[in-house]
Write a protein that binds this ligand. Structure first.
Ligand code: ATP
Length: 841
């Protein structure tokens, strides 16, 4: 039979002998692109039926060489657990009424005896419409068609429901399974000489042409019925075969060894498989004739035109309509898979040799893998146990996986022979059919509503947000995200143009465009790029430092290097006080550490070439506030250079650069460092000298720090007064904003700018802050309507306050500070005493 396959493609015939020698490596086989992306096959997971392992001769069962071949099989790489989720989601995404917990429909068809078999005994008897017996053993299925069943009967049993399922939006598949010569091809396609009969006048028309005739009839009916919905259908078909584990496009036989691909959106598909749009029965018939004529067949002792490959005819049916209710568009997509498997055969029976033997081995192997898959699916369906489903065992099962236990309604058409000679094979087929009957698929209506799309987008957005939040918290238990804070800080620096926002959710290391920040600083008018950049960095760091008050246990390690680098250190209070402050601010260690770490990271990422030191200090005083001082040291050619700018109106300090009191402190402090720094940057927060003066100087110390903190719990800018301040980035950012306003104000009013500055913030009830005499160091950043009352020098070590007498300072304790505030080496510099200069009112 199969005389419709007359014009065998010579290319394929030739290829049949060479394909086995080709490497299965996908990269080694080029395929030309498909006609258009829209025509590219996206045949989702398609299905195929299994083979009873019992029917396979032992010499054809999987062997080590088989396993090796399997490893070489160029199936797409296994996605990282995304597929199960995808499948799960795709099923759960549908409303319950669109779900169909459908078992596999099994129909057994018994072909008539052949002439050479007629003398023998018929071993199979039909008992009822759904049961039969063989050698006294009864099998029950969904339907049993005996030898008198017609092609139309088979269509009514299998084809008609398939069409209705398809129009409802379900994927629908039919697999023809059975031993060679049992009538699979006859049932699926019908004889070739009647295939071209578009009127289906021949009783021998196969299932497939009948299905499409019915499909087109029903489409017409539906369109007439739903004209108000503007119902439109589109069908596109493809036809392929799997021969010796290689895929060939039967509609374009030059496309051989096609590769199976898989992605999240389209599922499993065959790359470069040709798809043809069909609009009439004639279109389909032409495709069937063309494809079947290209299918590989061969003569065996049982079947003169035995199919030597698995063939899969796929039609994707899309329907679009407008819902009357909301005018939303609806898109239903269903896939029809019509699969004619190659027949299993016992080599002893068929006497296969040469190519036939090799083909038989591949056929049996893939059918065996299919049978194994069915066994597992049946077990899972019956017991509910979770098991690995070996879809990747073969091209067949991988390609057809959606139909096997997945999103499809599946009908298994099992063809058997009643001949005595086929008894063993028939038993195997019936057992396979029994197992297939136990498999439960989860078919869903593949419909997308416009509203659904929008809803899913929103869900995705929310999930993404949640994921980002969790990721951020996993890295930072306090929830404080330096990236987020950086963005907030950037956005708060008014009136700066917004800097490019940092991806707060990115996994990669945050890299700050130093140039961009520098540019930003220039734009805001904070002074020369180099120094203002550092100021900018210090702003955030200082404010954060206010909240952390934590310490760096690595302080000791930083001392030698810092000493060598002639850094300028401006700090707010003397060492003991600072140290005590760090210890007395009663910050939770965890918060301190975390925040400190985050801040350090932020700063060091922004300023990788600068050593940054953050210090906080508090002083006693009822008028609490904070001031931030920033110092920058550049050390070109080893020359000592200091740049000190104090924006604070009332505090100014210069500390010795060689060994700063802070560095000497054995108590925790912060010294986040990256790389071998050529610059150092330190910030210490402190109360203004005027505030300090309001209290007894002798009370400055840890106790006063604590008391101050406790006495001013409502002062927003006193970090040590509330833990919430630590956790609130916005709060810190607000502090920065306030500070920046002050800076802005200063920038507008001040004639001079310096390379470093200090700014302070005080509650309204605090005393007026007086400007400090700049001398050569620092710069005042407050409006000039303040008057300097006095200048006091406070020793960084002993905290004693004295009148500033630069000339008395020990020359060895002098540092060079650029007068104009720039970092340039060319700028004039002036020696200043390396001691804290604190201006107090
Ligand atoms: N129900 C039937 N009525 C009449 N003839 C049939 C029927 N079933 C099968 N035949 C005939 O039996 C022969 C084998 O059928 P067919 O080629 O369809 O078997 P097959 O299962 O496809 O075999 P293979 O697996 O080797 O391809 C053909 O000549 C076919 O015409």
């Amino acid at each position: 039979m199969k005389h419709f396959m007359l014009p065998k493609n010579p290319v394929l015939r030739e290829a049949a002998t060479t394909l086995n020698e080709q490497s299965p490596n996908p990269s080694s086989h080029k395929t030309k692109p498909s006609q258009s992306p829209s025509r590219r096959a996206k045949s989702s997971k398609e299905n195929a039926p299994p083979l009873d392992p019992n029917s396979i001769t032992s010499d054809l069962k999987p062997s080590p060489s088989t396993a090796s071949a399997k490893l070489k099989s160029p199936l797409p790489p296994r996605p990282p657990s995304s597929n199960p989720l995808k499948r799960k989601l795709s099923i759960e995404a549908f409303p319950e009424n669109s779900l169909s917990d459908s078992g596999v429909k099994v129909v057994v068809r018994m072909r008539p005896l052949k002439k050479d078999e007629e003398e023998g005994e018929t071993i199979v008897q039909k008992i009822s419409n759904n049961s039969l017996s063989i050698n006294g053993q009864t099998f029950t299925f969904d339907s049993v068609a005996d030898t008198g069943a017609t092609q139309l009967d088979m269509f009514q049993l299998v084809g008609a429901p398939l069409v209705e399922n398809c129009l409802a939006g379900f994927n629908s598949s039919v697999f023809a399974y059975g031993q060679t010569g049992s009538g699979k091809t006859y049932t699926m396609w019908g004889p070739a000489n009647v295939l071209s009969d578009e009127t289906l006048s021949s009783d021998e028309q196969g299932l497939t042409p009948r299905v499409f005739q019915r499909l087109f009839d029903r489409i017409s009916e539906e369109q007439i019925k739903h004209t108000d919905k503007q119902l439109k259908y589109q069908c596109r078909c493809s036809f392929l075969e799997i021969y010796n584990e290689q895929i060939t496009d039967l509609l374009d036989p030059s496309q051989r060894n096609l590769q199976i691909r898989e992605d999240m959106q389209t599922g499993v598909y065959v790359e470069n498989l040709k798809e043809e749009y069909v609009f009439t029965m004639k279109d389909v018939t032409q495709l069937l004739i063309k494809g079947l004529s290209n299918r590989r067949t061969g003569a065996t002792s049982i079947n003169t035109e035995s199919s030597r490959s698995h063939s899969v005819f796929t039609c994707v049916v899309e329907s679009r309509c407008k819902s009357m209710a909301g005018g939303m568009n609806s898109l239903k997509t269903s896939r029809i898979n019509l699969v004619d498997l190659a027949g299993s055969e016992r080599q002893k029976l068929t006497g296969a040799a040469g190519d036939r033997l090799k083909e038989a081995g591949n056929i049996n192997r893939s059918l065996s893998q299919l049978g194994n898959l069915i066994n597992i699916l049946a077990e899972v369906s019956q017991t509910g146990k979770q098991r690995h489903i070996p879809y990747r065992d073969s091209r067949l099962t991988f390609l057809l996986q959606e139909s096997l236990g997945g999103n499809a309604k599946l009908a298994m058409l099992c063809a058997i022979s009643p001949a005595q000679s086929c008894k063993s094979e028939t038993f195997s087929t019936l057992r396979f059919a029994q197992r297939a009957k136990a498999v439960k698929n989860k078919a869903v209506v593949n419909e997308e509503m416009e509203d659904d799309v929008n809803h899913l987008r929103e869900v995705i957005r929310q999930l993404r947000d949640e994921l980002h939040r969790v990721k951020a918290n996993s890295n930072n238990p306090t929830g404080w995200d330096p990236r987020k804070s950086l963005n907030i800080l950037k956005s708060l620096i008014h009136p700066l143009p917004r800097l490019p926002q940092v991806d707060e959710d990115g996994d990669e290391m945050m890299e700050i465009d130093e140039g961009a920040v520098e540019k930003l600083c220039i734009q805001v008018g904070l002074g020369p790029a180099g120094t203002t950049y550092q100021n900018y960095v210090d702003e955030g760091r200082s404010i954060i430092d206010q909240g952390t008050e934590d310490s760096d246990v690595d302080m000791e390690e930083t001392i030698p290097e810092q000493a060598e680098k002639h850094e300028i250190l401006i700090s707010g209070c003397a060492e003991p006080a600072r140290n005590n402050t760090s210890e007395s601010c009663e910050e939770p260690a965890e918060e301190k550490g975390t925040l400190r770490s985050s801040v350090s990271k932020l700063i060091t990422e922004e300023s990788p070439n600068k050593m940054v030191e953050v210090r906080s200090s508090c002083t006693s005083g009822s008028q609490s506030g904070f001031s931030t001082s920033i110092s920058t040291t550049d050390e070109p050619n080893g020359s000592q250079e200091e740049i000190g700018n104090c924006v604070s109106p009332s505090s100014l300090s210069v500390v010795p650069s060689e060994v700063s009191p802070i560095l000497k402190s054995p108590t925790p402090s912060v010294s986040p460092r990256l790389n071998v720094s050529r610059k150092s940057l330190r910030t210490s927060s402190m109360l203004t000298a005027s505030q300090k003066d309001s209290k007894d100087e002798s009370k400055s110390g840890p106790e006063n720090c604590i008391s101050s903190a406790k006495s001013e719990p409502s002062t927003a800018l006193i970090p040590q007064t509330s833990k919430s301040v630590l956790a609130s980035t916005e709060h810190l950012a607000a502090s920065l904003h306030r500070g920046m306003e002050i800076i802005d104000s200063h920038c507008r009013s001040s004639v001079l700018r310096r390379s470093s500055f200090r700014f302070s913030y005080k509650p309204e009830e605090s005393k007026p802050i007086l400007l400090v005499d700049r001398v050569d160091v620092g710069v005042q950043t407050f409006p000039q309507d303040y008057e300097i009352s006095e200048t006091v020098l406070l020793c960084a070590n002993c905290k004693t306050k004295t009148q500033l007498e630069v000339k008395d300072a020990d020359e060895s304790n002098l540092q060079l500070v650029p007068v104009d505030g720039s970092e340039s080496n060319d700028k004039p510099k002036k020696q200043v005493p390396k001691v804290h200069l604190i201006a107090s009112s």
